[in-house]
Design a protein. Structure first.
Length: 300
């Protein structure tokens, strides 16, 4: 599936592509984030603890999240990795209870053993920010489980990812690198019909790299003659805070970037995103519905 250049075609809606076992709607889906961590960049510590995290996941579903994404390891810039046992301790009871409650749940992990536990509990989607590079066993595990797999564009762990943030044409290079990862995970047995691509906003990207990716989601979706669902994770990320910096250049705090996140959600949904990954659900759930109405009207 590798190869190809930037197409320049209009954005192509991928939100109607159906992934087995996951919700389907005639609009962009909303994925709510549950960070069971003490140090995530935007809400570290708020949901650190099984009981609190489970309640938060249930609340997100009640507020309109189509999928709840549970993670136990921070991927903020500079973050150090946690032990596998600690990651499992954090997320295990949360995914178990959310699945038991009937909430469509995904697991945000780079480790195959953590994904294996979550899949056994009934999770249908593995969100791997390394695209299978951090743990070579991950694609084989996902394939054996028959699960869906988010392949994220990634150039290295959080501690040094910005050292690799050099691009001549960020859209073209991200597409080509995603194509190589897709080739690898398909060779490991993953069904192409179960692959989601994510341009990896903020992961090995400088602020100026994220905007072209957001405006070319249709190009990101089309790889090797196949159109993949696209997941967009812009919520509260630093490039939004920098855009909204004060007169002295101080970035706006993460928790005050929700308005910009909602605007980005609407634009990404109108641009064809299959799903947006967000920290605050209600306003983003409204935004994807507005984008859907806008898109339908534009096609008349």
């Amino acid at each position: 599936m590798s190869g190809g250049v930037r197409g320049g075609h209009p954005p192509e809606a991928t939100q109607t592509l159906q992934l087995p076992g996951l919700p389907k709607a005639d609009r962009c889906l909303v994925m709510g984030v549950v960070n069971v961590t003490p140090d995530s960049f935007s809400d570290g510590g708020q949901w650190f603890g099984a009981e609190t995290a489970i309640k938060h996941g249930l609340d997100l579903a009640a507020q309109g999240a189509d999928i709840v994404d549970v993670g136990g390891e921070s991927t903020r810039p500079g973050a150090q990795r946690v032990l596998e046992e600690e990651e499992l301790r954090r997320v295990g009871p949360v995914v178990t209870e959310l699945v038991r409650a009937g909430v469509p749940t995904s697991i945000d992990t780079m480790r195959a053993p953590v994904a294996e536990f979550a899949l056994a509990a009934g999770v249908q989607l593995v969100n791997d920010v390394s695209g299978g590079l951090a743990d070579p066993d991950m694609p084989r595990l996902v394939a054996a489980a028959g699960a869906s797999y988010v392949v994220v564009h990634w150039r290295g762990h959080s501690r040094d990812m910005y050292a690799r943030a050099a691009y001549t044409d960020v859209v073209l290079e991200v597409r080509e690198e995603l194509a190589h990862r897709i080739d690898a995970v398909v060779a490991a047995g993953v069904d192409p019909a179960r692959i989601v691509v994510d341009p990896g906003l903020g992961f090995g990207k400088r602020p100026e790299h994220n905007w072209p990716l957001l405006t070319h989601l249709g190009d990101i979706a089309r790889i090797g003659g196949h159109t993949f669902p696209v997941l967009v994770g812009a919520s509260r990320k630093r490039f939004l805070g920098l855009l909204l910096a004060g007169p002295d250049g101080t970035p706006r705090p993460f928790e005050r970037c929700d308005g910009a996140t909602v605007a980005t959600t609407a634009l990404a949904a109108a641009g064809g995103a299959w799903c947006v990954r967000v920290h605050q659900v209600p306003d983003n759930a409204d935004a994807v519905r507005v984008a859907s109405a806008w898109t339908r009207a534009s096609q008349r």
